[in-house]
Design a binder for this molecule. Structure first.
Ligand code: SF4
Ligand code: SF4
Length: 188
């Protein structure tokens, strides 16, 4: 494991589903129409059948053992030693889509204009300049936060696998959630 492992924290009790995080990401990287590296998903009604809706804001989880990196035939992925961020070097990508097929979190996306994969690199250039990732910066409710090091993050009341979030312990995704409150009223 790298010395530090950065990650994302999503507080489902604070998220209002406004998509500002996803839009901040699109704006930062001028993503093609239809391509998004971060997206906001409502918790499915089968999982969370309450009147009040709840959301998960998801992007790449910068896994401890990233399968995207393992399956890439041209080594377009690397994991940074200093913070464990998984970076995709688009100039090396041949567009074979192995990473897209292998990632159980749907994080790498296909850019049809460039015929290459692309994904969240946790705004590592911003991190290196002492800034937060654009999505974190863009969240108006502090629902989405940057974790500098998973090892020292206070895990109390948080979970790694929120209901509906795929469970892949062998990848060890660098993400933690605070589950939504249990509201009084159920939808049906
Ligand atoms: S979430 Fe997917 S793309 Fe991101 S590091 Fe893990 S395996 Fe790779
Ligand atoms: S910006 Fe914050 S509150 Fe809005 S959808 Fe994203 S995580 Fe939720």
């Amino acid at each position: 494991m790298s010395k530090k492992q950065a990650g994302f924290y999503i507080d489902a009790q604070r998220c209002i589903g406004c998509y500002s995080c996803a839009m901040a990401c699109k704006n930062q990287y001028h993503q093609e129409p239809g391509v998004h590296w971060r997206y906001v998903y409502p918790l499915k009604e089968e999982i969370y059948p309450h009147r009040e809706r709840a959301w998960m804001s998801l992007a790449c989880n910068h896994c401890e053992h990233p399968t995207c990196l393992e399956v890439c035939p041209v080594e377009a992925y690397y994991k940074r030693e200093k913070d464990g961020v998984v970076v995709h070097e688009q100039e090396k990508c041949i567009g074979c889509q192995n990473c897209i097929r292998s990632c159980p979190y749907g994080a790498p996306r296909f850019n049809p204009a460039r015929h290459q994969a692309e994904k969240c690199s946790m705004c590592y250039q911003r991190l290196d300049a002492g800034l937060k990732p654009a999505c974190v910066q863009g969240c108006p409710t502090y629902a989405l936060q940057f974790i500098e090091d998973m090892a020292s993050f206070d895990q109390s009341g948080k979970v790694q696998y929120l209901a509906g979030f795929p469970r892949f312990p062998e990848l060890n995704p660098s993400v933690r959630f605070r589950p939504p409150r249990e509201p009084r009223e159920v939808r049906r």
